[in-house]
Design a protein around this ligand. Structure first.
Ligand SMILES: Cc1ncc(COP(=O)(O)O)c(C=O)c1O
Length: 403
């Protein structure tokens, strides 16, 4: 090919979570009995009340471009949700509705980052943050966390990192977290917010798993700590995970007026607006969808309890009990550091398990955590049971390959 691919495009790696998922889907389509633990989406159907609203929108010919930032009824519904769930008073004009929270984060990064700015990201992290930061020519700076601190950063660690940097600009906080399932409590958020205020760091608070939280823990949005913190925070959320609407593509950013206004300009020249039908459906999701969320949450909790307790019974596997989202991330370092032929890292292990035991799990290296693998429990309990059997067998067999 005569056209050279840009340097920017060349630096972007494919999303490993989507790669595993599509490989598993392909194997399934070929008739291979694969158990897929790779999914980053609920396995439930979108609730009927939401689907019916979309059908109505089509029948009413609500099928044209809308204004860039989203129809006003939807932005009002989001503002009402922010007040109800997060105790945040937000002007609908300070909300930008985008085609997915992924797009929301990208547009905010494009709005605030200059080349060589540094973006702080607690690690393990959601795969797309790194690529998105790189796409705006900024630098991701990772703040490592471990199971012993429940995979959470603290204020001291954050401040030390900020002191060591030249152009620290943004902190991306994700609670509940993908992939670890850790959830920050109010006191922890207060300390982190104080450091960000002191050093003029914008917080991008990704709260997409807000509704999927267990054990009676209450989700706290860092933006709700104080008016000052709210002015330094862009809250990101959406309908994908809570209402089983991943394919509908709708997320939003709520934050300081100037940032939202500029991000909206970027959206106007890229994706224009979210599809009109999804916007109508999302109003119903936000206003009436919470009963369906409770049902899904209950089921996720049962699967989590089963999966994590079984994982912790497998020899030399340790798994943190996730407090939110629908992922479990066991430490499998024993199997990576034991001189097993062909298995030196989490990618090797996942490839081996997929090829020989027909289970798809995501290598921890995708999240900056090579000693781990990620299971999504957005799959049936029967699948989890059978998949765990294969996982345990796979690990047992690989130990017999010690060199
Ligand atoms: C942490 C996190 N943020 C954002 C997203 C993107 O969600 P959306 O479907 O709204 O783009 C995901 C999806 O996997 C996620 O895990």
């Amino acid at each position: 090919m005569a056209i050279e691919i840009s340097k920017r495009a060349k630096t972007i790696k494919p999303s490993p979570t989507l790669t595993v998922s599509s490989l598993a889907k392909q194997m399934k389509a070929e008739g291979i009995d694969v158990i897929n633990f790779g999914a980053g989406e609920p396995d439930f159907n979108t609730p009927d009340v939401i689907k019916n609203e979309a059908k109505k929108a089509i029948d009413n010919n609500f099928t044209r471009y809308t204004n860039t930032s989203g129809i006003i009824e939807l932005r009002e519904a989001i503002a009402a949700k922010l007040k109800r769930d997060n105790n945040l008073v937000c002007n609908p004009n300070d909300i930008l509705v985008s085609p997915g929270a992924k797009a929301s984060i990208m547009f905010i990064l494009m709005t605030v980052c200059n080349p060589h700015d540094e973006v702080l990201i607690p690690s393990p992290y959601w795969v797309s943050y790194t690529s998105q930061v790189e796409m705006v020519d900024a630098f991701p700076v990772f703040l490592p966390t471990t199971m012993s601190t429940s995979f959470k950063i603290n204020a001291k660690q954050l401040e030390e990192a900020i002191f060591s940097l030249k152009n620290p600009k943004v902190l991306i906080l994700n609670s509940p977290n993908n992939p670890t399932g850790s959830v920050y409590i109010r006191e922890e958020l207060e300390e982190i917010a104080e450091v960000c205020l002191k050093h003029n760091i914008l917080i991008i608070s990704d709260e997409i798993y807000e509704k999927l939280i267990y054990d009676g823990i209450k989700h706290v949005s860092i933006a709700s700590i104080s008016d000052e913190v709210r002015e330094m925070t862009v809250l990101i959320n959406g309908v994908s995970k809570a209402y089983a609407m991943t394919g509908w593509r709708l997320g939003y950013a709520a934050g300081p007026s100037e940032i939202i206004k500029q991000a909206s300009r970027i959206q106007s020249h890229t994706t224009s607006c979210v599809n009109s039908i999804t916007q109508k459906a999302a109003i119903v999701a936000l206003d009436e969808g919470d009963d369906s969320v409770s049902v899904m949450r209950e089921e996720f909790k049962k699967r989590r309890d089963f999966l994590v307790s079984k994982l912790n019974k497998i020899p030399n596997v340790k798994c943190f009990m996730p407090k939110g989202a629908f992922y479990a991330m066991p430490d499998v370092s024993y199997y990576l550091q034991n001189n097993i032929k062909g298995i030196e890292n989490s990618i090797d292990l996942c490839e081996y398990l997929l090829k020989e035991f027909k289970i798809a799990i995501v290598p921890g290296s995708a999240f900056g955590a090579d000693n781990f693998v990620r299971f999504s429990y957005a799959t049936s309990r029967d699948n989890i049971k059978e998949g765990l059997k294969r996982f345990e067998e796979g690990l047992k067999k690989c130990i017999s390959r010690v060199r």
